[in-house]
Design a protein around this ligand. Structure first.
Ligand code: PLP
Length: 458
């Protein structure tokens, strides 16, 4: 089928996630045809370096025969097994145990989902169950961080703090609260790490006080805020917040859907942050995006409380595809790859990526460079002293994405002029260099954008 007819079929029938439906109808889809390593090829044969690993998920890179084989073998042997009725499958059991062995502290219990949104949704349900089992049912209030992203399930989208996920949906609910982000580049307290940490601690204390300390169930945070624009907290931020939650007697959830599985270096960013949360949520890199799967890691004390609370009764939370054997077989193979050189390569490539992006700091449009490992961003401004964002008239999300695409690079361009990077961990030195050079070219072209020039003049 040629790509023109695909574009028409797409326009007529496929609803795209997080898109303006009218805008998409106008622009049409770009069809991807194949991929290998860190290179994707579109339907017209154009090859691009994927600087975003799909949607921050193809950590292992594309086209790994051993992953394909693991999935095919499992499909032949046992393509589906329910985990209901006390049944199970070998790959799911093995993957849970391998992961529990590597997870921080006593996060020994693993609940497999289909992705990140239902992992978050599962934690909300487990946390409510936990507090009811503890005979504190009034603890039904949840706190998260401005600019945070926790998926788009009905409950999770209200913990998400990005307007597009709320507007028109009637959320957040009144039990969902936010504190301001650590966003160092635009923080009212300035960029001093200790001041930022102190401000967040005060904000959380105040919020808990305001809600009523006996009513708060849990606090959610990402080790690095991804969809909010790759906002990296100062070192020690997660640890300080975790310790405060313990002091306040509320549960702490580290949402590692992006940061898990080597994105920032180790398998879990929580290890780097030296914390043991009550829950960790993961997805994406768990299967490297080859098949859908997420995982909730639950601390031992939570598991025991929930289990005792229910006694002989069933805990009514589950999906047909919970602990899917094909996804688990893929997860086991991907885990092997991480530990046989991929994590190590990611650390080296991440240092190159950060070095390369730092070298763009002197570009007239680059206001900030931030990141950790293979998760990074640059923030574009038209005036470095005043940190004035690119004008909306320059349509940063669309035009910069398009220019990068024309230059053979896939990146994420946010509406506020932040460019996000999350390349596959398998990237070679040459591929990282290509990402940087193509970014430079894209920035030079953006400088020539009439709407940017106009803003620069005024
Ligand atoms: N949590 C975080 C931190 C995420 O970045 C995402 C997705 O990007 C999610 C949750 C939701 O995951 P999914 O898109 O797999 O539902």
């Amino acid at each position: 089928m040629n790509s023109n007819s695909l574009i028409e079929l797409d326009r007529a029938h496929l609803i795209h996630p997080v898109a303006s439906y009218r805008g998409h109808e106008k622009l049409g889809v770009r069809v991807l045809a194949s991929a290998k390593g860190a290179t994707v090829t579109d339907a017209s044969g154009r090859q691009l370096v994927d600087g975003f690993a799909g949607l921050w998920c193809v950590n292992a890179g594309f086209g790994h025969e051993t992953i394909v084989e693991a999935a095919a073998k499992q499909m032949r042997e046992l393509p589906y097994a329910t985990a209901y009725f006390g049944l199970g499958s070998e790959p799911a059991i093995r993957l849970a145990s391998e992961l529990a062995e590597r997870a921080p502290g006593d996060l020994n219990h693993v609940y497999f989902t289909l992705g990140g949104s239902d992992a978050i949704d599962s934690t909300i349900r487990f946390i409510r169950y936990y507090w009811i089992a503890r005979r504190e049912p009034q603890r039904d209030q949840f706190i998260s961080v401005e600019q945070g992203y926790h998926g788009s399930s009905t409950a999770g989208a209200g913990l998400t703090a990005l307007p597009a996920f709320h507007t028109g949906f009637g959320i957040p609910f009144d039990w969902q609260h936010k504190i301001s982000s650590h966003y160092a580049y635009r923080n009212p307290v300035g960029d001093d790490p200790q001041a930022i940490i102190a401000a967040s601690l005060t904000a959380l204390r105040r919020k808990v006080e305001e809600i009523g300390p006996e009513r708060v169930a849990a606090f959610y945070a990402e080790p690095i805020q991804g969809s909010g624009g790759v906002l990296v907290p100062p070192r020690g931020w997660m640890k300080a917040m975790r310790e405060l939650c313990r002091e306040l007697g509320i549960l702490f959830v580290a949402d590692e859907v992006i940061t898990g599985f080597g994105r920032t270096g180790p398998l879990f960013a929580s290890t780097e942050d030296e914390i043991v949360p009550d829950f960790i949520t993961t997805a994406k890199g768990l299967t490297s995006g080859y098949v859908p799967m997420g995982a909730v890691f639950m601390a031992d004390h939570i598991y025991q409380t929930i289990a005792d609370g229910a006694g002989a009764s069933a805990i009514g939370h589950g999906y047909t595809y919970s602990a899917h054997p094909v996804s688990a077989a893929v997860g086991l193979e991907v885990l092997k790859l991480y530990e046989n050189g991929l994590l190590e390569n990611g650390v080296k490539a991440g240092a190159r990526l950060m070095g390369g992006l730092e070298s763009l700091r002197d570009h007239p449009l680059v206001g900030d460079v931030r990141g950790r490992g293979m998760l990074a961003a640059i923030e574009l401004v038209i005036d470095k002293a005043n940190k004035t964002p690119l004008p909306a008239a320059a349509e940063p999300a669309r035009r910069i994405f398009d220019r990068a695409w024309e230059n053979g690079l896939v990146i994420r361009a946010f509406a506020n002029g932040v460019l996000g990077y999350a390349p596959p961990l398998c990237c070679s030195e040459t591929e990282i260099e290509a990402i940087i050079e193509r970014t430079r070219q894209t920035l030079d072209e953006t400088l020539e954008d009439p709407d940017v020039r106009q803003a620069l003049k005024t």
